[in-house]
Design a protein around this ligand. Sequence first.
Ligand code: ADP
Length: 652
Amino acid sequence: MDEKREFKTEVKQMLDLVIHSLYSNKEIFLREVISNASDAIDRARFESVKDAAILEDDPEWKIKLVVDKDAKTLTVVDNGIGMTAEEVEKNIGTVANSGTKKFLETLQANKEKLPPELIGQFGVGFYSIFMVADEVTVVTRRAGDPKAGTKWVSKGDGYYTIEPCEKAKRGTEVTMHLTAENEEYLEEWKLRKIVEKYSNFVEHPITMDITREEPVKDADGKDVLGEDGKPVPPKVTVTEETLNSQKAIWLRSKSEIKKEEYEQFYKHISHDFQEPFETLHWSVEGQAEFKALVFIPKKPLWDMFMQEQRPHGVQLYVHRVFITDNCEELVPHYLRFLRGVVDSSDLPLNVSREMLQEAHALRVIRKNLVKKVLDTLADIQKKSPERYAEFFASFGSILKEGLREDFENSEKIQKLLLFNSSALDDGKTTTLEEYVKRMPEAQKEIYYLTAASLEAAKNSPQLEVFRKKGFEVLYLVDPIDEFVIPSINDFQGKALKDISKGEVDLETEEEKKAKAEERKAHETADNAWVATLKELLKDQVKDVKLSTRLTDSACCLVDDEWAMSQQMQRIMKAMKQDVPDTKQILEINPDHPLIASMRQVNEKDVKDPRLATYAKLLFDSACLMANQPVANPVEFAKQVASLMADGLKDNS
Ligand code: ADP
């Protein structure tokens, strides 16, 4: 006689919630059932170490999916530890787990506000079956118990029945009768997909009988016909296939794993066709317990460029069960090029998104993972700089984002940066550390210049005085540099200074003194000339100043110390951002013959019409030198042509 019983009230409430699709993601019911089966096998395996008798005549651990399309049932069979009648009652009939009670309390307190994913936070895995099934039958027998088993049936309506039954082998069979809208879970492809996605690395084989029908052909490849003249029925073969790879490679010890195995696994999870640049495999015990297998790819993977494609970053597993591959709490954004797996022992399997954000265990893992990756990179940089340069060429731009994102590790990231520089040949790069070592004593700051290209940087007039003084200037030609480098305040006590902004003061006291005398001679004339230029170019520039950074060129454009640079404005505009047009400062070189001659013209007659024309030309040429467009190129070309013609006339 089966006994009809009522679930405890809290289970009833739970069922209600689950059935009304609180899970955002129905297919995980299979993950829950498989993971219960896998745990049950783990427990049986553990007990069998002490008591081999419980293995009975079924020594091969296995989880099998059985589909009955006519009955519309999916059964998950395991040969794990099984349950006694009391255990069934305790584990499934009631809420054994205090988390569930806590969940219900939270639920009551919050009523409708609760996000659906929250349900997964508590141990309610088994009940998720009712999202897809309208009846569940559990037939189970405790390993080592007499041959009688227990049958438990529920329609998820608040009641269940429990009765003794026959069961020849140990273990549990969970049979789910699928509702009409969930019949897709009877399809081979669907089950394969779910197993591959969530349970691929479950250690035990998850198998399924696969039925194939093959038309019967003769030697010539023609259909064999029956007596009625029609093709004979196809040949049906049934083979049991294993759906999961079972290879929890990260759990194995490093020394046992061959390079090819790592490679294969990397390719499997990254979809990369090349081998990884670097493989990091380590485990942590103590404060946090986890195992990690993380790869640095050689080149950016295609999914990094697809906005709509969720990147397959580092996957989070809990006890070999896949949880998510999109966990921001696990890997910071600036290390998003990493691929791999972290398997934690500290998180519950039913961890929800909300819980991931809160989980202390994840914070510990993240910290450890970041340290491991940054230290590994530092090590490669030290031991083989050329190899490191390859990495930096691929992922340097992304890594740099860490300067703004991760202040705690900013110093380590600073050391990992590579720059082109005025002191090096093309193609060579330097670290900040090397730069500082090369600094002459008189140099107080680390100088850099941002530019659209290496060519533009090298030809920049702003470099002149630095060249003359023998001060090295870093060329920042990666568009991201503008955003991230200013967040480095100083490196080894040396401030970083953008030489295209604000004042540049490189002169020694003696030089200043000598210059001052020389300047004094035409101070008034200089001031008048600057005032004229300011007036003539008032629509184009914010200010005109005598330059201390030019030695060869007549003029250049610079930004205010705190202004957004032209390069940055271009980037922002390209990103469709609203950028106010900011005017720049025109610096003129008082020692340049052209500037000196114009000063003389200005001294003679402030109204001389040539001054207006030349002022415009001066400004336009400064724009060209800064790689900025000239407002009216046709006009510019005409004026240059006319000047050239004048020049030739004088010579003829
Ligand atoms: P959790 O797995 O988080 O404890 P579940 O609701 O999924 O929560 O399962 C409740 C309990 O039922 C499990 O802890 C386990 O004791 C028992 N159980 C479920 N499935 C099986 C199984 N296949 N074999 C043995 N015990 C099982």
